[in-house]
Design a binder for this molecule. Structure first.
Ligand SMILES: Nc1ncnc2c1ncn2[C@@H]1O[C@H](COP(=O)(O)OP(=O)(O)OP(=O)(O)O)[C@@H](O)[C@H]1O
Length: 235
């Protein structure tokens, strides 16, 4: 039986207090099986990033539990959460957050130098098709290439799980598809569980599991019997 990478029960997040309190998550029960590609869809403000931040160890829930395998993230100390992020989690954001004064290779090495079981940085860059660009600075790379450096940086630590918040939001269709292909490769070749938050509903067709979010909760979970490749999805 496949085990779950994540399992949440009654996960709740309230920002602020009293009349200005914002209920971002209203008791979320969710299982994410190991090795799946999961797409999270939902309107702006529905709580998708909040969920990602909590199970990614960047923020804490107000109530409820979030298990990573059998470890309860809610009960971890700050130090344990940092170790969890460092050892297990890769993040890819819409804006690539690369260091402008470092080359592609040096940006990836920022991570490989502190990771527990890293890949070689050049190998990670080759995996995203940037073997010839390792010595280039971010300003010398296109948007799609910069995003691929960000993905190489996230996967070079051999993460158990890769979180992607709007990874193609700033890209045209051809570049966006190549980035989605890289995410698919990371899932297939490294076995990482991949979680993608997106506004682009058509990208749900490449997922194993599609979670529809609204108003701080799950409205619907759809399992795709047949997945489309990034080339096949509409843009
Ligand atoms: N640090 C914060 N302080 C106060 N409120 C916050 C904070 N972060 C998020 N919120 C609120 O929590 C709710 C959920 O936000 P969240 O960013 O999780 O939504 P989202 O579904 O990811 O939206 P988007 O698609 O626009 O990124 C929103 O009402 C937002 O304004």
């Amino acid at each position: 039986m496949t085990r779950n990478t994540f399992s949440t029960k009654g996960l709740t997040k309230v920002y602020g207090e009293g009349r200005s309190a914002v209920h971002a998550l209203r008791g979320v029960d969710l299982d994410i099986p190991e090795g799946e590609i999961v797409v999270l869809l939902g309107p702006s403000g529905s709580g998708k990033s909040t969920l990602l931040n909590i199970i990614g160890g960047l923020d804490r829930a107000t109530d409820g539990t979030a298990l990573f395998h059998d470890q309860n993230l809610s009960e971890m100390s700050d130090r344990e959460l940092t170790r969890y992020r460092r050892d297990h989690v890769g993040f890819v954001f819409q804006f690539y957050n690369l260091m402008p004064s470092l080359t592609a290779r040096e940006n990836v090495e920022l991570v490989t130098e502190i990771a527990r079981d890293p890949m070689d940085s050049d190998e990670a860059l080759a995996m995203v098709g940037l073997r010839e660009r390792v010595d280039h600075f971010p300003a010398q790379l296109s948007g799609g290439e910069q995003q691929r450096v960000a993905i190489a940086r996230a996967v070079a630590k051999n993460p158990t799980v890769l979180f992607c918040d709007e990874p193609t939001g700033a890209l045209d269709s051809t570049t966006g598809r190549s980035v989605l292909n890289v995410l698919k490769d990371v899932n297939e070749k490294l076995g990482a569980t991949v979680l993608i938050v997106t506004h682009a509903a058509s990208q749900a067709a490449m997922a194993d599991r599609v979670i529809h979010f609204a108003d701080g909760g799950i409205r619907k979970v759809v399992l795709n019997e047949k997945k489309l490749t990034p080339e096949e999805i509409e843009w």
